[in-house]
Design a protein around this ligand. Structure first.
Ligand SMILES: Nc1ncnc2c1ncn2[C@@H]1O[C@H](COP(=O)(O)OP(=O)(O)OP(=O)(O)O)[C@@H](O)[C@H]1O
Ligand SMILES: [Mg+2]
Length: 112
């Protein structure tokens, strides 16, 4: 299994969620965060206005999928979240050792 962590622009959340469920993603964690990328200390456009602070609001997605789906998930997020402006986001992929569905006791690929 792979864990995909993505920081995206908040207004893209619904579109990304729809695109991911369409390719078979069955669960995700969503957190409102603040962060910065390579323009740290400079301004970034957020909701049509320049955001003149170091930290910019983003949404973090955490998605665990079977390893064979990871590339497709990354591609889907990258395509859907893209606006061609700075701050479009970043995607990381990590290995996951195990998963358990609490209700049934199913594990690993069966649990996700
Ligand atoms: N190296 C990193 N480690 C962890 N989180 C990061 C990293 N880089 C970016 N992020 C997260 O991703 C968000 C979006 O980053 P952002 O898209 O601005 O990256 P960037 O490298 O500056 O690209 P761009 O030049 O397109 O703006 C940041 O607000 C932060 O939450
Ligand atoms: Mg940036």
């Amino acid at each position: 299994m792979k864990l995909i962590i993505a920081a995206i622009k908040p207004f893209k959340l619904e579109e990304v969620r729809e695109a991911l469920t369409a390719i078979g993603v069955r669960g995700m964690m969503v957190t409102e965060i603040k962060g910065f990328g390579s323009q740290s200390g400079h301004t970034e456009i957020y909701r049509g206005a320049e955001y003149a602070v170091n930290f910019v609001p983003k949404v973090k997605l955490e998605i665990v999928v079977p390893a064979g789906m990871a590339d497709q998930v990354v591609e889907t997020i990258a395509t859907t979240a893209k606006t061609d402006k700075i701050g479009d986001g970043k995607i990381f992929v990590l290995d996951v050792d195990s998963a358990v569905r609490v209700r049934t006791g199913e594990t690993n690929d069966d649990a996700i």
